[in-house]
Design a binder for this molecule. Sequence first.
Ligand code: 13P
Length: 244
Amino acid sequence: MRQLIAGNWKMNGLRADAIALATALAAELHGDAGCDVLVCPPSTVLAAVTEALAGSAVMTGGQDCHTDASGACTGDVSAPMLRDAGAGWVILGHSERRLGYGESNALVREKVRAAVAAGLTPIVCVGETEQQRLSGNAETVVAAQIDGSVPAGFAGVVAYEPVWAIGTGRTASEDDVVAMHRCIRSQLVETLGEAGAGLRILYGGSVKPAGAAALLALPEVGGALVGGASLVAADFLAIIRAAS
Ligand code: 13P
């Protein structure tokens, strides 16, 4: 399966820095990059980054969207607005939103529906906390997140991001990655039927250039969702090369 390397810039990137980073990526990634490449900048610079990447192999996405297309929702961004700014994708249900803003599986599922209705491909994030892993519940938690967040007919991407590996420099062991991705695969098939067998499952959590090739070669790993390392052009490019 062709890999997807996605960069989640999170709440980083003033206009000049964001355009400089996008320009550096565009200079290296024209024609076929050997894998699919996506960056998800803050919505304030999404249009400018999309423009800077025009003609390159790099696609753009949002980091969240509202369930409604428009309305009295101060501070929110809708899926059609992301699409209008040039996005083709959107990250939904990131643990920083599930834990920081109390987003439930049901809310994430509604956001997925809104994203698809606007023509965006959703990347649904799942992952257990350290406490849940230590108490032996990692697989149960993640299976329930898939079952609750992924609507019928889902044709997007799932990202497994163990919460304890995000921004910590700790990555899951190869055995744990394989076990969790297999668990996600079987839950996708249970929830979606045969369609669940072909969806990409990304790994995220302290993915860096060192170790990226080994990680991306693991069974059921269809790419990576990269946070910190996606803010450094040389590091993100090295991860892309590891996938190609
Ligand atoms: P880091 O790569 O910085 O650990 O972030 C991972 C992440 O949360 C991507 O969505």
